[in-house]
Design a protein around this ligand. Structure first.
Ligand code: SF4
Ligand code: SF4
Length: 443
């Protein structure tokens, strides 16, 4: 694609990067076929190609973002299906990330939206604050239908997504020693913010599995939110501050074989730290090293000699490939191969490239599109008649919990269970007799 940036514009490294990305696009439109928002409504401006044109026009003319451009960029899930499909290697992620930051700087959103976004940005990445908010949401949760009925769709979405039980305390910084006589490795675990409070059983399963196979697990002092929640809202200053804090915290540990991440949305961002801090001389090198150490939990476990315990449950699993895992990190094989190796029957979800509508805070900020995508996804999964849904991201798991009676768990919970750990609490609570029975798969 031809571009017409001036030399002065190209002196800005972000614009120079955007220009490079724009020039790679040959307008072929292949990406439209796999874009969830285009698939739903068929509007070119809600396709990757349409958004690329909008971004190009806005940046080339140094024009403040308009309400129209903001609307179409806001509707993008950052699912990155377009990047998997694109034959020209267009790095849409970096382009849309830049566009979101540009919108944040040049467009004044309506007051209600500014307040909602500020609230999400100031609560969700901070476990203690978010814990209080979840406790308040527990009290208000029964009023979700009322909120929806009077048109407060975003409030209703927040309440529906909040859990029915009090939030757990966040995982404290500590060291979990490797079990057994032979220590195989040492990793840092990103405890995360939302992941840790909404589903502490996920990190617990990861820690049990890793230590069982001889890996020491360190939860670093001063490591916090990966930065993706605010990064995807265009709040670049806040995101980069969170990224720098994590780079310092993990660099200070030294001697790590990997930084293991159980929420694939966070993993995609941590793997991009090198790019995010590329122009920061004080951090660029360390950020690249940290990014190079980042591994999704299944990516890391695939390197260990996992073996099924005698009581391995062998259920039928619908494997939902989280977008951040399949498109963001290009990890498609390992989670399924691990499950199969441990005795589960794994079913692929048809149209598995399409997002479930979760996408970080998307299901709060764009509740209608998120609901339609969830219904579509849940429909295809339910037709498979699985015992359980497995996914590698807390966002997807929460999204399913609000849309189907099928239990949804993290892949590592099943891996832990099959290698000698306890039955995942979601399965114990929802389907006690069938799902926790070791021979369930055979019936
Ligand atoms: S598939 Fe790639 S090259 Fe083709 S229009 Fe989409 S982004 Fe551009
Ligand atoms: S990231 Fe997803 S929603 Fe956004 S343009 Fe690409 S395919 Fe469409």
């Amino acid at each position: 694609m031809q571009t017409s940036f001036t030399l002065a514009q190209l002196a800005d490294p972000d614009i120079a990067e955007a220009e490079k990305i724009l020039r790679a696009c040959v307008h072929c439109g292949f990406c439209t076929a796999t874009c969830p928002t285009y698939v739903l409504d068929g509007n070119e401006l809600d396709s990757p190609r349409g958004r690329i044109y909008l971004i190009k026009d806005m940046l080339e003319h140094d024009r403040a973002a308009t309400a129209e451009v903001t609307e179409h960029i806001d509707r993008c899930l950052s699912c990155l299906a377009c990047m998997t499909t694109c034959p020209s290697g267009v790095h849409y992620m970096h382009l849309v990330d830049h566009a979101r930051a540009y919108i944040e700087q040049t467009y004044r959103r309506p007051l209600s939206e500014r307040l909602l976004r500020a609230m999400l940005a100031k609560l969700m990445p901070y476990p203690q604050r978010f814990r209080l908010a979840l406790a308040a949401a527990l009290v208000a949760k029964p009023f979700a239908p009322l909120a929806a009925a009077v048109g407060l769709k975003r409030l209703a979405a927040m309440l529906r997504l909040s859990p029915w039980r009090p939030p757990s305390p966040p995982l404290a910084p500590q060291i979990f020693p490797a079990a057994g006589p032979r220590k195989r490795g040492r990793v840092a675990l990103l405890a995360g913010c939302v992941n840790d409070l909404l589903a502490p059983q996920i990190n617990a399963a990861a820690i049990r599995t890793l230590t069982r196979y001889g890996i020491e697990v360190v939860v670093a002092e001063a490591a916090g939110c990966c930065g993706s929640l605010v990064h995807h809202m265009g709040r670049e200053g806040e995101a980069l501050a969170q990224v720098r804090a994590n780079v310092e915290a993990w660099t200070a540990l030294g001697g790590l074989d990997a930084i293991v991440i159980t929420a694939s949305g966070c993993g995609t961002t941590v793997k991009d730290y090198g790019y995010m801090l590329r122009t920061d001389k004080a951090y660029a090198e360390r950020a690249s090293r940290v990014a190079g150490l980042a591994r999704d939990i299944t990516e890391y476990l695939a390197t260990l000699p996992l073996a099924a315990a005698a009581s391995a449950p062998g259920l039928v699993v619908a494997y939902h490939a989280a977008c951040s895992l399949q498109h963001g990190q290009r990890i498609t094989r390992q989670p399924k191969e691990l499950l199969v190796r441990l005795g589960f029957t794994v079913k692929d979800v048809p149209d598995g490239h399409l997002c479930c509508g979760s996408a970080g805070t998307y299901n709060i900020l764009q509740p209608d599109i998120a609901r339609r995508l969830r219904e579509r996804k849940v429909g295809t999964i339910e037709r498979l008649r699985p015992d359980v849904i497995a996914a590698g991201n807390i966002g997807c798991i929460t999204q399913f919990a609000s849309g189907t009676a099928l239990p949804a768990v993290h892949t590592v919970e099943l891996i832990d269970w099959a290698t000698g750990g306890p039955c995942p609490p979601t399965l114990r609570e929802l389907r006690p007799p069938a799902a926790t029975r070791p021979s369930a798969a055979a019936s």
